[in-house]
Ligand binder design. Structure first.
Ligand SMILES: NC(=O)c1ccc[n+]([C@@H]2O[C@H](COP(=O)([O-])OP(=O)(O)OC[C@H]3O[C@@H](n4cnc5c(N)ncnc54)[C@H](OP(=O)(O)O)[C@@H]3O)[C@@H](O)[C@H]2O)c1
Length: 335
């Protein structure tokens, strides 16, 4: 199956009538994903934490859509993963304003954030996983209702190959016990651990998709976890990595990424494929880790489903994450 998957924007079906929401859609991979969806006539919500940045992104999308002769249906939705309460409130607001949700791309993410005293939990894990957990699970009844009408709802939990930089078992103690050196000035020797911690949050994105799939597949909800590839032209970790490496090395790393990595259009392709392709239900692609297939020159050739080791296929790890996250959400919402 893996080698035969292909993706071209021309393969995207007409999405008229479908409602999509992309988190972190004001820039990078999320912005291109929103364009792919809106340019095929979906109503697209850009779920973003900064209203000015989201409105600027909508302006860009609208002019591109106008040039493509598409009637733009793109809207800002206020969304902040920085606290469980704001993420929940954002989902509740969405439930109050829409009566269907066909495609949810949980794309927003951070890399390299320091565990400063205001964080009670490790900040990358909190933002990348816990915020999305409460947001997505609050929206599940609406997606179930939509799936009952259409039989085809997609949830995309954007992950990263960085998940392989950590153990396949989530270290829950590390998420609640602030390390002693957390307040020390940033330095390059912190980078490997930052990648490990980021990897753990991305492992959670994978296990969340797997558990969603296990619980909701029979209801017509297709959940998958794409790795977009190594993508340039985004803002991921730019400030945080520059802080660790120093200004010049940080700029050099950004230049190398922007020059040699995949474009944001190619980076958005794998998650768009999972969000819209009729091949997903046809081929039974669910609960999978999917990544780009590139040629020798790093050019995108299409998506590939990766068969993960048995260490990543333990249902007890997926459901443990779900139950642990539910408990944290319960505690935080009760405060
Ligand atoms: N770029 C890569 O090579 C790569 C590789 C593997 C996986 N990924 C994954 O792909 C996804 C998109 O990354 P990208 O490279 O496009 O990054 P990006 O350009 O930095 O975009 C990240 C988006 O997430 C949003 N975000 C961050 N913190 C948030 C918060 N607390 N609440 C709401 N939104 C928040 C950002 O909003 P602001 O603009 O307001 O900060 C931005 O819209 C991420 O999940 C990332 O882990 C990327």
């Amino acid at each position: 199956m893996a080698s035969t998957l292909t993706f071209s924007p021309n393969d995207i079906p007409d999405l008229t009538g479908k409602v999509a929401l992309v988190t972190g859609a004001n820039v990078g991979i999320g912005l291109e994903t929103a364009y792919f969806l809106a340019s095929h006539n979906a109503t697209v919500y850009l779920a973003c934490r900064s209203e000015p940045r989201a409105l600027a992104a909508i302006d860009i999308l609208q002019s591109r859509l106008k040039a493509a002769k598409v009637d733009a249906k793109v809207y800002y939705h206020s969304f902040d993963l920085g606290s469980i309460k704001t993420a929940k409130a954002s989902a509740d607001d969405f439930l109050a304003k829409e009566n269907r949700l066909d495609i949810l791309v949980a794309n927003a993410g951070v890399l390299g954030n320091q565990w400063t005293p205001e964080w009670e939990y490790e900040p990358m894990f909190y933002t990348n996983h816990l915020g999305h957990f409460v947001f997505v699970t609050t929206l599940l009844p609406l997606m179930e209702k939509t799936a009952a009408m259409t039989g085809d709802v997609r949830i995309i939990s954007t992950t990263s190959k960085a998940l392989f930089m950590t153990s396949p078992t989530i270290d829950y103690d590390s998420l609640v016990n602030r390390p002693k050196d957390a307040d020390e000035p940033r330095r390059v020797s912190q980078f490997p651990n930052a990648m490990k911690v980021y990897g753990q949050s991305k492992l959670a994105n994978l296990y969340f998709a797997k558990e969603l799939d296990r619980r909701y597949r029979e209801k017509g909800i297709w959940a998958n976890a794409p790795h977009p590839g190594w993508v340039g032209g985004t803002e991921l970790g730019l400030t945080e990595v520059a802080d660790m490496f120093g200004f010049f090395t940080g700029r050099l790393a950004a230049w190398l990424t922007n020059t040699f990595a995949m474009s944001t259009v190619d980076g958005a392709s794998t998650q768009t494929y999972l969000a819209v392709s009729p091949k997903v239900p046809e081929l039974g692609i669910h609960g999978e880790y999917v990544m780009p297939r590139n040629n020798w020159f790093w050019r995108y050739q299409g998506p590939q489903v990766v068969k993960l080791d048995a260490a990543y296929q333990k249902e007890e790890e997926w459901s443990k994450l779900w139950e642990w996250s539910e408990e944290i959400v319960r505690k935080e919402l009760a405060k």
